[in-house]
Design a protein around this ligand. Sequence first.
Ligand SMILES: Cc1cc2nc3c(=O)[nH]c(=O)nc-3n(C[C@H](O)[C@H](O)[C@H](O)COP(=O)(O)OP(=O)(O)OC[C@H]3O[C@@H](n4cnc5c(N)ncnc54)[C@H](O)[C@@H]3O)c2cc1C
Length: 594
Amino acid sequence: MTYTAPVRDIAFTLMHTAGLGRAIAAEPNGDLTEDLVEAVLEEAGRFATDVIAPLNAVGDRHGTPFKGGRITMPPGWKEAYTGWAAGGWMGISAPTEWGGQGLPHAVNAACLEMWNAASMAFALGPFLTQGACEALAAHGSAELKQAYLPKLISGEWMGTMQLTEPQAGSDVGALRTRAERQADGSYKITGQKIFITYGEHDLTDNIIHFVLARLPDAPAGNRGVSLFLVPKFLLGPDGKPGRRNDARCHAIEHKMGIHASPTCTMVYGDEGGATGYLVGEENRGLNCMFTMMNNARLAVGLQGVAIAERATQAALAYARERKQGRAAKSGESAPIILHPDVRRMLLTMRALTRAARAICYATAAATDASHRAGDEAARKAAHDRAALLTPIAKAFSTDIGTEVASLGIQVHGGMGFIEETGAAQHYRDARIAQIYEGTNGIQAIDLVTRKLPLGNGGAVRAYIAELRDTAKAAAAANHPALGGTGRLLGEAIDSLERATDWLLAQLDASPDAALAGATPYLRLFGTAAGGCALAQEAIAATRLAAGNGGAVDAAGRATLARFFAENVATQAGGLERAVVEGAESIAQAETALA
Ligand SMILES: Cc1cc2nc3c(=O)[nH]c(=O)nc-3n(C[C@H](O)[C@H](O)[C@H](O)COP(=O)(O)OP(=O)(O)OC[C@H]3O[C@@H](n4cnc5c(N)ncnc54)[C@H](O)[C@@H]3O)c2cc1C
């Protein structure tokens, strides 16, 4: 079973839930139109479906053999990557002055979902490169941008992001890689990085590493970290790759999933040290890296959506074919999709996938508005909205990615455990997304300790108020197919609001209690937001259908919103209690873990 890009669903969510349609209408002088966006999505969908998706199982089986310091990518991957880069996809939302297409991040997010669904291992290198481009564009010197940005944006070269060291994982400030100032203004980099994605490969003729390191006189911790651009090949006077830099892959990891994404141990200093160039200011490296990381966190969230979509497609196809048991009405041998328990699994898969998609696209749209909105206050509000939603987009979507992939195996029964159906690969691939780019535990802590206090709680309260408007609209719609959706979502939002107030109060009074509740709180947040997004889609589809707005599947969207409200949003009360009442036993953990 392969993957077919659900371009119509994606375009619907982009326009009607993430608000891209509104943003286009509000930008009367731009040359962006809904038709243009749809044409881009169609083309991306074709490439993902026809070129990348067939390589997914090949990559899983072949992996990335490492010999004599070189990595061989799986058969067909170089051709696919070259075609992808030639299509301009790397620079789709990069600045036009550097060769990008300047399209909204929300459009890139939709494309990223499709690349990742086609193959997570394929899309990972490209989206880290996109993050590198953003960091370089925002913080690099004019010379560095001139020399590297056009080649990265065109996809001719790829980038890496290098934070992790054996003793520095979640605690990035513990890193020890050293950078020493040189007389010519460059820096000498020595040290070791682990788990570096696409640190070595044969897809491009240069690889541009973005490496965090510490100067000899740097303050300890996060404030003493600087960012360096370290090319695999130093550039000659003609701007082309020349002498080999002292940055090498020494080994690769053998992993549970994403077998075709090389995960490298990188060593700087086999020959005395690599030449690196400072990006941004000394000791302000984490600031620069955060530009890259926010982008990458949303992209990893989209991996969760992507794998969930692919797993759902596979499970649906299997459930329509596989016959077991008898249909209740006819008594005849029935495809398993007719059994209520299988329907429950399939509806859960589709509802969680669409909810996470809507959250991720809304995050990307907020990032766009933080750059493009008409006035300063609107840009600031959009910036805070993107900051608030990013940890939810990352952690909620990747949690549901694994859950949906697991349900996909369950729908397949025993065949789900057998590799040939592909369901097992979805599950194996999905699992890493909960870990890298900041574990989901770290995302929850970020949400509670940094994002809730934004604007003295104003950012979160404004968002909750919007969720309430949606719940009220769902109730007021009086749509029989929505049942009690509006009321149930209202109750979930009540839980979210009470848990938010409680956490904001604990941040000063009892920070450990707030940290203990962070993960269930993030899930509660994603649950309320996801339920409202599906209700919003149902309302928009009903309106469009009434106005003859084409095939928008209003009935299906209403059923899905109702299913989510009744089966998922109703868990909000339990999550609220876990946040508010769960801290005490966690504080006593030692007694039970002895
Ligand atoms: C396949 C793969 C690809 C990767 N690609 C890259 C890459 O390209 N570049 C890169 O730099 N890194 C990369 N990483 C590294 C990845 O980002 C880290 O593995 C991740 O950030 C977690 O760090 P760690 O493994 O050291 O776990 P740890 O930090 O040791 O965490 C272990 C557990 O403790 C929890 N924990 C840790 N600290 C806290 C805390 N303060 N409060 C609460 N809980 C805490 C974590 O949530 C986790 O559950 C990759 C990793 C893998 C496996």
